[in-house]
Write a protein of this length. Structure first.
Length: 158
């Protein structure tokens, strides 16, 4: 299984502002769409399968930093990884890179809380899910967003 699954996307004209830059809200949509693809392709699970079982994840918080604009018709690489977890939450870091992987364009941290969809309450991950998440979790990532953003600004991405 990949620690950092990836998706290549093309920035769409309809997702851009008047200046030809990807609109701020569209970054979140691109990241979430890519993450859904990543878990299906890399972990072999779908959110729909979990919903049928009566469980799922909801976003409890987002933090985003924009480093460089993504422009209309530009190919970008979106990648994601679990950087922290507990028995009932996941912290996922999602990065948007230029096609050559020389620059980070934006980074999103999303905290997902595991919920019982019938009860509408937080619930714990199964031991099988914890094993899976621990097997793909990225090690040595600070749990401070601002520190992490400073690291990524100067990082050599590959």
């Amino acid at each position: 299984m990949k620690t950092w699954p990836e998706t290549k996307m093309l920035v769409r004209f309809s997702d851009c502002d008047l200046y030809g830059h990807l609109s701020n809200i569209q970054y979140v949509k691109y990241f979430m769409d890519a993450r859904e693809d990543h878990i299906a392709e890399s972990y072999g699970i779908t959110l729909a399968d979990f919903a049928k079982q009566g469980v799922g994840w909801v976003v409890s918080s987002n933090q985003i930093s924009y480093f460089r604009s993504a422009k209309v018709n530009e190919p970008v690489i979106l990648r994601s990884a679990i950087v922290d977890l507990s028995v009932n939450h996941l912290l996922v870091e999602m990065q948007m890179l230029d096609e050559k992987r020389t620059h980070v364009k934006a980074v999103l941290w999303s905290k997902f809380v595991h919920v019982d969809l019938k009860e509408g309450r937080k619930t714990n991950h199964s031991s099988e899910m914890m094993d899976l998440f621990n097997s793909v979790k990225v090690e040595n990532v600070t749990n401070d967003f601002n520190t992490r953003m400073s690291e990524l600004k100067t990082a050599n991405i590959q």
